[in-house]
Design a protein around this ligand. Structure first.
Ligand SMILES: [Zn+2]
Length: 96
């Protein structure tokens, strides 16, 4: 373990202790201004089991933007959109 890693561990431990020590203050403040009741209402009304299942399925099934960005290239010769991996352009046949 390097010195930088040890410093990060100590700083993270101190930050965690500070957050845990002030957690009740933050929770009481959120309760006082009504955020807790509002979020409980939204959770009861809109986050049903079906909604959570659909959201989880969409998060698993839909590709992320990074994956789309990796596969979506443009040909340098004809500027065609290349959605699949390959060495040659499907439109003009030039090497990508
Ligand atoms: Zn091309």
């Amino acid at each position: 373990m390097t010195l930088a890693a040890r410093k990060r561990c100590v700083a993270g431990g101190v930050a965690l202790l500070i957050c845990l020590a002030n957690l009740s203050t933050v929770v009481n403040w959120l309760e006082k201004i009504g955020i807790v009741a509002w979020s409980q209402h939204l959770c009861d009304r809109y986050l049903t089991g079906t909604a959570i299942t659909v959201i989880a399925a969409l998060l698993i099934l839909l590709p992320s933007g990074a994956v789309v960005a990796i596969y979506a290239k443009r040909c340098r010769v004809c500027d065609a959109l290349l959605l699949r991996r390959g060495k040659y352009c499907g439109e003009c046949g030039s090497r990508v």
